[in-house]
Design a protein around this ligand. Structure first.
Ligand SMILES: *[C@@H]1O[C@H](CO)[C@@H](O)[C@H](O)[C@H]1NC(C)=O
Length: 374
């Protein structure tokens, strides 16, 4: 038996042994919290790891796997159950991760001091996000990533004034982004990626002033990018890739102070690339591939330009490869292929490592790494 597997067996035995021993040093929760937890448990099924087998007896604050309580109030504060984690019980389970099916019981909303609800990467949990979760005033972390949840994001999600993390990525959530979402004044991390969300991004999305990551890629979002996004002073990562977003890239995106990655690829964007965006300090990843972007590539690079990836491929760009691009401090991955560029490719150190694939399928580019100009 491989050592990790052996360790996990020991860990499981230990957990079960601890759960079975006397209640000395064990902390119970209130009868109503305990009843809510048991109702939550009974709507779910996790056959392989047996984590719910510890959810028995009175010591729900100390002996129930994944449950913890506020030490001052004694009320249940956190439910944290991850199907894929560093946890030795899971890591050594011999599976790539756990499996859990069933639904999220609305009874969980009776845990009215709940701050954390993590039910992540269990792959088979289905049904809706219970709308009553928005009545939990202390909720800070809602992480339901990697399941099969359907239905919509609760319309009044904006009520959760303490919510810092909202992650429902990799599910089958549909409907629109609720109009109330920009009211989440504490929100720092938003991940709605890889669902079936449609409709526009609310025009006042930029009101999310604490937000540092907005990941909305791989949905069916339409409409334009609200100009208000450009006023988000803490936003570092914006991913809107693989949607149906149209219109132009707002020039305001070029003046965001900490923006470091911007994925707008595979949409229906038109118009030109704002010069301010390419000039913007700190932007390290820019993917505008597979849109209808036209005009010339602004010739505004310089010694502060540091791109690990700059992908402008599959657009309608014209003119030449910007000469200032060779003055960039670093250009790791560059893709200008499948456009209408023409003329000699500038020579310089950032370009030395680039291959022909970065420049192919243009109208008349020439010079290394492509064939010499005639
Ligand atoms: C940019 O997006 C395109 C299309 O979505 C994708 O194929 C490509 O790999 C991305 N480029 C980089 C550097 O991630």
């Amino acid at each position: 038996m491989a050592p990790p597997c052996f360790l996990s067996t020991v860990a499981v035995v230990l957990v079960l042994a601890v759960a079975a021993t006397s209640t000395d040093g064990a902390f119970g929760c209130s009868a109503s919290d305990r009843a809510a937890l048991l109702a939550f448990k009974s709507a779910l099924s996790e056959p392989y790891l047996g984590i719910f087998s510890s959810w028995t007896g009175d010591a729900c604050c100390s002996r129930w796997y994944g449950v913890s309580c506020d030490p001052t109030t004694g009320r249940v504060a956190d439910i944290s159950l991850r199907g894929e984690s560093e946890d030795p019980i899971l890591a050594g389970s011999g599976r790539s991760g756990g499996l859990m099916s069933g639904r999220i019981s609305p009874e969980v909303c009776r845990l009215d001091r709940l701050a954390t609800l993590i039910l992540a990467d269990w792959k088979h949990i289905s049904g809706p996000i219970p709308p009553c979760l928005t009545s939990l005033p202390f909720l800070r972390i809602l992480d339901l990533v990697g399941n099969r949840l359907t239905g919509t994001i609760p319309a009044d999600i904006g009520r959760l004034s303490r919510l810092a993390v909202l992650n429902v990525a990799d599910n089958q959530i549909s409907g629109h982004i609720p109009a109330s979402l920009p009211a989440l004044s504490s929100l720092m991390h938003l991940d709605l990626s890889n669902n079936q969300i449609s409709g526009p991004i609310p025009h006042d999305f930029g009101n999310l002033r604490m937000l540092s990551r907005a990941l909305l890629g791989r949905n069916r979002i339409s409409g334009t990018i609200p100009a208000s996004v450009g006023y988000m002073t803490r936003l570092a990562d914006l991913d809107l890739a693989e949607n149906r977003i149209s219109g132009e890239i707002p020039a305001t995106l070029g003046s965001m102070p900490v923006l470091s990655s911007l994925y707008l690829d595979s949409n229906r964007l038109t118009g030109q690339i704002p010069a301010a965006l390419l000039r913007s300090r700190g932007l390290g990843i820019l993917n505008l591939s597979r849109n209808g972007i036209e005009g010339e590539i602004p010739d505004v690079f310089g010694s502060r330009s540091y791109y690990t990836a700059l992908d402008l491929s599959h657009n309608r760009l014209r003119g030449s490869v910007p000469k200032t691009l060779v003055t960039a401090a670093y250009v790791g991955h560059l893709d200008l292929s499948h456009n209408h560029l023409c003329g000699p490719i500038p020579a310089g150190s950032p370009f030395d490592h680039l291959e022909a694939a970065s420049f192919t399928n243009n109208d008349c580019l020439c010079g290394g790494p492509l064939p010499v100009c005639k």
